[in-house]
Design a protein around this ligand. Structure first.
Ligand SMILES: [Zn+2]
Length: 156
């Protein structure tokens, strides 16, 4: 019984482990993500070729994140409908990117407090892990049920 309980406790611990807080821990990672996002969205805005999805290029199927760049771009232009049609997770991704980039720019004491708050929130709610699981389910549904619409929405 004790073994069973500790296995459950371990699973629960793993499920609510801080994922986003680990990304926030490294300022350099946050700044690199920020630079990559600005560069990628800038290239898209100038209608220059941004880097292609490696999964789509190699396997021929869209990855769980395909459509996110354009969805986030639509969101930034206030076009919620287009953003929703391209990728339902765009608001969450935009929020996470804002948090990652914003935290990387904060002075160290404030950044420390922010990371601790995010880690505590993640441990209490398991929200990041839940959203990552939901993203995989969303991808599978799009891929298996709405395949051609999904593939067409991520072309061009
Ligand atoms: Zn992709």
């Amino acid at each position: 019984m004790d073994q069973h309980r500790s296995a459950l406790a371990r699973l629960s611990e793993r499920f609510s482990a801080p994922v986003l807080a680990q990304v926030l821990e490294r300022r350099v990672t946050g700044l690199a993500i920020g630079a990559a996002v600005v560069l990628h969205l800038g290239l898209m805005r100038l209608e220059l070729p941004a880097w292609p999805c490696p999964v789509r290029s190699s396997l021929g199927i869209p990855c769980p994140g395909c459509g996110l760049s354009r969805a986030v771009s639509s969101l930034l232009h206030g076009d919620w409908q287009a953003a929703w049609a391209r990728h339902a997770f765009a608001p969450m991704v935009l929020g996470a990117l804002g948090l990652i980039i914003g935290m990387a720019l904060l002075p160290e004491p404030l950044r420390r407090r922010g990371i601790a708050a995010v880690a505590s929130f993640e441990r209490r709610t398991g929200l990041t892990t839940l959203l990552l699981v939901a993203l995989m389910v969303y991808w599978l549904i799009r891929l298996l049920v709405f395949r051609s619409a999904f593939i067409n929405s991520t072309i061009g």
